[in-house]
Design a protein around this ligand. Structure first.
Ligand code: SAH
Length: 266
């Protein structure tokens, strides 16, 4: 149990919802506030990407509710999840909405916060370490470097209906962002690479695909923009994967502190 007074932590007030980022997997990457929320929550509504070791940290007696995709079945609808959070708060519980990474980075945290605000439910957002920063750090890839990359773009490779996302200006990203970090992009990696190359990125630019980042099952496949999709398939790399495109990927050769895993092609 965390000493919340010594750390000046906010009180988890009954009837409120905390939207909390659990980080990419390693429980050591939880924030102190996230741990405090786990200590005090009456119910924990969690997503598929939250590491099981983190769910186990919930206060004994807390009600655990899964709100993600299971066994190929579709995820619960977003309005249903928001309605559930509102209901639990209205019943007087301390409601912990736990999400992988950061709740507001491709995590629908903003949508849920808007629903809570509209229902006049007090809420707090507790940021988490997003996979696109923390996951890459565990692969020995800093997302920026003063000499190599002074801008980075986080982009989703997955549209609402599973197709390529609409509204992403791949050419602008290709021109303006030396480092590109792709979330949910394994299925469309080939198409995305084609667009970036068509817009002028070098086919030889290094790409790292990091699977299950920060967990004991972390795997990293390093290839080039032209070959990345084929390499991912050949290596049978599994989701979730975070993908980095850019010269910073080369730093991994010197910075892979997490250790080489079997099956790696770096
Ligand atoms: N809110 C999360 C992202 C949710 S979208 C965050 O901030 O990290 C889901 C995508 O996140 C996955 O498809 C994958 O691209 C990425 N992701 C999340 N956790 C990951 C992990 N441990 N390893 C690799 N990718 C991860």
């Amino acid at each position: 149990m965390i000493d919340s007074a010594r750390l000046h932590l906010a009180e988890f007030v009954p009837g409120s919802v905390w939207l909390v980022g659990a980080g990419p997997g390693d429980p050591g990457l939880l924030s102190v506030l996230a741990l405090h929320a786990l200590d005090h929550a009456d119910s924990v509504v969690y997503d598929a990407l939250v590491d099981p070791r983190i769910i186990e940290l919930a206060r004994p007696g807390a009600a655990l509710e899964f709100a993600g995709k299971r066994g190929g079945r579709p995820s619960p609808r977003q309005p249903d999840i928001s309605a559930r959070l509102i209901r639990l708060a209205q019943e007087g519980g301390r409601v912990l909405r736990l999400k992988g990474g950061d709740p507001c980075v491709f995590g629908r945290g903003g949508e849920e916060a808007l629903a809570l605000a509209a229902a006049h439910i007090p809420f707090r957002i507790v940021p988490g370490i997003t996979a696109g920063i923390g996951g890459l750090a565990y692969a020995g890839i800093p997302v920026t470097h003063r000499d190599i990359a002074s801008a980075v773009t986080f982009v989703t490779g997955h549209g609402r209906d599973g197709t390529m996302p609409e509204g992403v200006d791949w050419a602008a990203i290709a021109h303006g962002s030396p480092v590109i970090v792709l979330y949910m992009a394994l299925n469309h990696l080939g198409h995305i690479a084609e667009r970036l190359i068509a817009a002028g990125r070098s086919p030889d630019e290094p790409v790292a695909i990091v699977s299950k980042a920060t967990t004991p099952a972390q795997r990293v496949v390093v290839s080039t923009l032209a070959d990345a999709a084929a390499c991912a398939e050949a290596a049978r790399i599994e989701a979730p994967t975070i993908i980095a495109i850019g010269e910073v990927v080369r730093l991994r050769a010197a910075l892979d502190w997490f250790g080489c895993k079997a099956g790696e092609t770096a």
